[in-house]
Design a protein around this ligand. Structure first.
Ligand code: SF4
Length: 287
């Protein structure tokens, strides 16, 4: 059997950047807290925790004093910066520059009259929380087409998207809002904020999924981009499986396949892709 690895699998630029920041500090033996899971990949988080990274939740930020706190690539609302500064914490800001630009763009609409900021995304996703937190009083999140009906009419709507959402769904939502705002006082201003590191992977992934008999997709349980990219594989190849770690692979999945393709999310490290390949080789050798 041939085992192929999808060439673009592995960390995106924003995740590489924040992990390098964390390791740079941990390797010097310094104390480092991280607000939330540094990346939506359980095994990578485990690896960094073993190196000394201390993961805390927002509710615990109040009790940390005079230490270093890492803000992950998803970004944080202004309230997290305020608490950290009040507590004398040194902020290591790992906010992805792409997310940072979106936050600034949202904030620039603060004083605009008769406007509403709408973010298409998952309500509890940390990136969305960071975006909503820029101007909470005039920002609303929608997660589906059905929720467009909840938006007011005759308003200027600035539409943004969580960076890892599906482009097709975002375009449909934009079209629906555009129709709804096609009246006096209404207008849609579209901000295309889907990250190219996710959306540009789709064509290559579609081809890869179609070329292999079986697809093993490696991603974290809570990885949004992982779920979207896996869906891309599944649409092309129904023989696709999502795993969090190699030991979840069932030997019978491999039966009858001449080729297996391994792919991963933008939050999946290369070492995990390689471990998956080794695991499959071991399973095949054991047959
Ligand atoms: S997916 Fe895009 S926006 Fe998100 S961290 Fe990676 S590079 Fe940044």
């Amino acid at each position: 059997m041939k085992i192929n690895i999808e060439e673009k699998s592995g960390f995106c630029y924003g995740v590489v950047r924040v992990i390098e920041m964390a390791e740079g500090i941990l390797d010097k033996g310094e104390e480092l807290y991280c607000l939330g899971q540094i990346v939506h990949n359980e095994l990578e988080v485990e690896r960094l925790v073993k190196k000394g990274l201390k993961i805390i939740e927002v509710s615990e930020l109040h009790r940390i004093k005079n230490s270093k706190i890492l803000f992950r690539a998803h970004g944080e609302p202004p309230s997290s910066y305020e608490i950290a500064e009040r507590n004398g914490l040194t902020i290591i800001d790992g906010t992805c520059p792409i997310v940072n630009r979106i936050q600034k763009s949202i904030l620039s609409g603060k004083t605009e009259k008769n406007s509403l900021i709408v973010v298409f995304g998952k309500k509890n996703h940390p990136e969305v929380q960071g975006l909503l937190g820029q101007i909470p009083e005039k920002t609303q999140v929608i997660s589906s087409k059905e929720e467009v009906s909840m938006l007011p009419e005759s308003q200027i709507i600035h539409l943004y998207s969580q960076t890892t959402m599906d482009k097709g769904a975002f375009n449909e939502i934009a079209e629906m809002i555009n129709k709804k705002q096609n009246n006096e006082g209404g207008k849609l201003i579209l901000h295309n904020t889907i990250c190219g590191h996710v959306s540009h992977r789709r064509p290559g992934l579609q081809k890869f999924a179609a070329e292999n008999d079986l697809i093993i997709f490696v991603g974290g349980k809570y990885s949004s981009n992982g779920k979207i990219l896996f869906q891309t594989c599944l649409e092309q190849n129904p023989n696709s499986f999502y795993i969090g770690s190699p030991d979840e692979i069932e030997a019978f999945w491999l039966a009858g396949a001449d080729s297996v393709g391994i792919a991963g999310a933008t939050s999946t490290p290369h070492w995990q892709i390689n471990d998956t390949k080794l695991w499959i080789e071991k399973l095949l050798g054991a047959k």
